[in-house]
Design a protein around this ligand. Sequence first.
Ligand SMILES: [Mn+2]
Length: 238
Amino acid sequence: MIYVISDVHGRYTEFLRLLKKVRFKETDELYVLGDVVDRGNENLKMLDFCRSRKNVTLLKGNHELFMQRYLEGSPRLRENWRLWGGGTTLRELEPLPMQKKQEYLRFLQELPHYRSLRTGGKDYFLTHSGFSVDIAEPVIGQDGRIDIQVSVQRFVEMDEWAYLISDDLHFLPASVKFDRYIICGHYPTLEYREEGGVYVTPVFTDIDCGCAWKQPSPHRKMACLCLDTGEVCYQRIR
Ligand SMILES: [Mn+2]
């Protein structure tokens, strides 16, 4: 089975509970769509988990990019990252020896931004934020639909940060068509649906169910979507 989870934000304990619920095993595959760090208290454990499992692929989110740029030594970034929820990751990261920090840096620098895959006769495009309208013109395929993979590759090369924080996918006119079905996170569904949960449209599915939602809400949860069955399993966040 192929599973997808996004925006875990340091909730490693709940993440493990969710994997247990879906009976995740070595022959399954898991794609984690970015933002495993910040806000929660088990950030490096999340990174270590994704790093050490052969059947787990972490895609880059804007919070991984923050951490990467901090480790690269970007000036003035520390306070900015803290404002974006990086304080808990900084607390875990700063006492580490340089060699360990370099290991994390190399891992973050090499994270992919997307994966295209086919299962159950359907073409999927997995990524953190989805699409952007103002970085570059999208690339249109012969059938008139947007070639999402080539377009996103262009966005990332031109402005990685702007791509990773974009929520444009949620505001596109219905006439915009993509050549693959998009699975994304980044934009908590609690922002636009009081009851939260996975948000499914004909064009994309947003699986960020607000684990790290700023306001206390009884509807905060972590979602695990199974691409083969379409089933969603939830873990509540207290
Ligand atoms: Mn994000």
